[in-house]
Design a protein around this ligand. Structure first.
Ligand code: GLN
Length: 297
């Protein structure tokens, strides 16, 4: 220490706080250490994450420092940043989360993009689309679509009443509640025919793959949203049957799939009488979405 320098720790600043979280996250082997540190340091201090870079000398109070230490422990224990913040961005919109809702994934934006391009090819975005979102969770898919399809109406179904409360709040937050109906039910059981499209990010992980999942997913995403019997395919069988029942002729189903499930899901959709089946890849080049048209029998 330089003689005459002040004793004790230097006063805490936002920049130093973020740096210490980053070092702890790196030591814990987190691969998004710097980003997580910026977000959580800023959250503890009650400021936007960009302040860490723009205002690194901002003082941090002991209370803010203590809060940051608590958040840091949770992250090191595997809790994802989105869960800690209680919300996650999807399609440029912030979605509140609860224990009953899957944390939205960027991969699922591929589903939204593909649905929109099929809408573009079938009457356009202004059409009064009527769609069902089966297993809506946080409502992220339905709300993102309602924001892009100004005359659409969504029926969002979930088995979890608590997830529906979160989804409804997210619809209100983004100004689409008047076109969003939440229905508690098992797949589309509770829905009458007459839908132009059915969208879903169903559970599709085989239960035996549980141990291979990251802690972030295994410990913090709701099992109901992750796992499906029959090697992860059970939900697709239900959805294909239900979609055949509730979709109008010329309507379509678009579902998220696991990277190794394209052939199986295609087979399930064909067996249920769907046509023009298409598989689309996510930004990582993995099969992620299957779409299918319902043609009059
Ligand atoms: N895509 C998620 C994951 O791999 C799983 C979500 C799901 O089963 N629908 O973690």
């Amino acid at each position: 220490m330089t003689p005459g320098a002040p004793q004790g720790d230097p006063p805490e600043t936002l920049g130093r706080l973020a740096a210490s979280l980053r070092a702890a996250f790196r030591a814990a082997g987190l691969d998004t250490a710097a980003l997580d540190a910026r977000i959580l340091a800023a959250h503890a201090a009650g400021v936007d994450a960009d302040r860490v870079v723009l205002d690194p000398e901002r003082p941090v109070s002991p209370e803010e420092g203590a809060r940051a230490a608590g958040l840091m422990e949770r992250r090191i224990a595997g809790e994802p940043v989105g869960r800690i913040l209680g919300e996650r961005e999807f399609w440029g919109l912030a979605f509140a989360l609860s224990a009953e809702t899957l944390e939205p994934r960027p991969d699922t934006e591929t589903l939204v993009e593909r649905v929109l391009s099929w809408c573009d090819a079938r009457g356009g975005r202004e059409r009064a689309w009527r769609f069902a979102d089966v297993g809506t969770g946080s409502g992220c898919i339905a709300v993102a679509l309602l924001c892009e399809l100004p005359n659409a109406r969504a029926v969002a179904v979930d088995l979890s009443q608590s997830a529906l409360v979160t989804a409804q709040a997210n619809a209100a937050r983004h100004g689409v509640a008047a076109r969003f109906s939440a229905v508690c039910g098992d797949f589309a059981d509770a829905l009458a025919p007459g839908f132009d499209m059915l969208v879903s990010n169903p559970p599709y992980i085989a239960p035996q793959e549980r141990e291979a999942l990251s802690r972030e997913v295994r410990l913090f995403d709701p099992p109901l949203a992750l796992f499906a019997k029959d090697n992860g395919l059970a939900a697709y069988r239900r959805i294909a049957t239900e979609a055949g029942r509730i979709l109008v002729d010329g309507g379509f189903a678009m579902v998220e799939i696991g990277a190794a499930q394209a052939a199986d899901v295609t087979g399930i959709l064909i067996a249920a009488g769907f046509q023009d089946i298409a598989v689309f890849q996510d930004l990582g080049g993995r099969d992620r979405v299957a779409g299918a048209l319902r043609i009059a029998k």
